[in-house]
Design a protein around this ligand. Structure first.
Ligand code: SF4
Length: 446
């Protein structure tokens, strides 16, 4: 895994061209309000008919052309921070770097006669907090990838997931974090389907793995964990199950293990259907969604029931830890993995991860993270955690959610929805949000 760096991200849909970021940068870097000297420039502010704005800012490129074209060696990329630095003592003011940069990230500061570029203010960029519209974000998630990149990937290379599969990403990250002293249960679903249990006599993981039935995953894992304890070995019992098995036929053993407080981490990869066997609906499939068993035709328009809220049901088991997570928010996911592992040392930990399915949800494979993010930004999916001591609280509250149509239109499985169906889903999102908000007001102690 290559090294990743923090970056300043820009969302043009949120920018109204106010220029506050430019003022903040000019003040931080030049001590003046002269936005011409700002290292971040917002374009389209003068008479743009469609009121869209564009950004000119150093992207701190991985393979920076400005560095390549500089004949004086005045520009160089810092291997630790990723920032491209400029050395005034070497610069000959030829301005070739301003031509080499395709993003207009290097400009001439006419006051000084030198080039000027963003240095991210040593990891605390002044422009970001100055933007009250939320159009600028300093994204530091990259640090996680640098940290976990050194840990061993405990799945074999070449798992047979669909292109862009979120589940494979989740499996690899989870097992990296949980570590080698693990016994893994992967019941029927996408996880063994893509090869966690191996192919043709080869192994799929580097930890002991077994393939229970859909119905008995938690029960089998509980028995195996108890046997390890009996012989004095402290292993992490981990299940990575699909939503279908967990919420439908496997629910009785899941509920029983949670009620008994079995010491395990049960992770549900929720792609809202039985995806690996032909994209059938599960009880976690949302209302209105097309699946192969909730078709779209003259009389039926997708699923006619609302989804079961499995993580909230697990809260009512008073598990040691329950949380929802998304791969679009990796810092949040890793934090919850840490807490779930710790909780599973004494009781039952449950982690419910929303996992967009490129094949079953009908969207291009390169949009997986975008779909996952939109789910959270619209409150279609809410990220929270629960312990009996502290009750339930949001970990990524979305106070000003986007309309749910922003999420629905990203996928083919909702393409057929009537305005009434969209209205139903939007109402359900608001109702769910209010319901979870009410739960945050009361700690469930005991
Ligand atoms: S402060 Fe935010 S909204 Fe204003 S111009 Fe800069 S990015 Fe756009």
């Amino acid at each position: 895994m290559g090294r990743a760096y923090s970056t300043i991200a820009f969302d043009p849909a949120k920018c109204d061209g106010c220029g506050d970021c430019m003022t903040a940068c000019a003040q931080a870097k030049t001590g003046t309000d002269d936005i011409a000297r700002s290292r971040i420039q917002i374009y389209g502010r003068d008479g743009a008919a469609d009121k869209t704005f564009e950004l000119a800012l150093c992207r701190q490129c991985a393979d920076p052309k400005c560095v390549t074209v500089c004949p004086a060696g005045a520009l160089s990329k810092d291997g630790t921070s990723g920032v491209i630095g400029w050395d005034a003592s070497k610069c000959v003011d030829c301005l070739l770097c301003t031509v080499g940069c395709s993003y207009a990230g290097i400009a001439l500061d006419e006051t000084t006669g030198h080039v000027s570029k963003c240095d991210t203010c040593d990891g605390n960029p002044a422009c970001v907090p100055a933007c009250s519209k939320g159009a600028l974000k300093y994204i530091t998630t990259a640090n996680i990838y640098n940290e976990v990149g050194d840990w061993e990937d405990l799945f074999a290379p070449g798992l047979a997931g669909c292109q862009g599969c979120n589940t494979e990403l989740l499996m690899r990250h989870t097992l990296r974090r949980v570590g080698p002293d693990t016994v893994l249960a992967t019941p029927p679903g996408c996880v063994p389907g893509m090869g966690s249990v191996g192919f043709n006599g080869t192994t799929g993981t580097k930890v002991p793995v077994f393939h229970p039935l859909l119905t008995n995953t938690a029960a089998m894992l509980a028995g195996i964990k108890r046997q390890y304890k009996r012989v004095g070995r402290d292993v992490q019992a981990l299940a990575i199950a699909g939503d279908g098995g967990a919420s439908d036929v496997g629910f009785q053993s899941l509920s029983g293990a949670a009620e008994r407080g079995e010491q395990m981490l049960f992770m549900v990869v929720d792609n809202e259907g039985y995806m690996n066997t032909g994209m059938q609906r599960s009880s976690c499939t949302p209302y209105g969604a097309w699946t192969s068993t909730t078709p779209v035709g003259e009389t039926q328009r997708g699923k006619t029931q609302d989804a079961k809220n499995l993580p909230l049901i697990m809260v009512n088991h008073r598990c040691a830890y329950v949380a929802t997570a998304s791969t679009a928010y990796m810092e949040d996911l890793y934090d919850k993995l840490d807490k779930a592992i710790a909780a599973s040392k004494t009781g039952f930990a449950y982690l419910h991860v929303y996992s967009p399915c490129t094949t079953g949800w009908r969207f291009p494979s390169n949009l997986n993270m975008e779909v996952a993010r939109k789910a959270v930004e619209t409150n279609f999916v809410m990220l929270w955690e629960y312990t009996p001591q502290d009750g339930l609280h949001f970990t990524k509250p979305v106070d000003d959610p986007l309309p749910v149509t922003d999420y629905l239109k990203a996928m083919g499985r909702f393409r057929h929805l009537s305005p009434e169906q969209v209205e139903h889903i939007q109402k359900k999102v608001v109702e769910n949000q209010k319901f979870v908000e009410r739960m945050t007001e009361h700690a469930h102690v005991g």
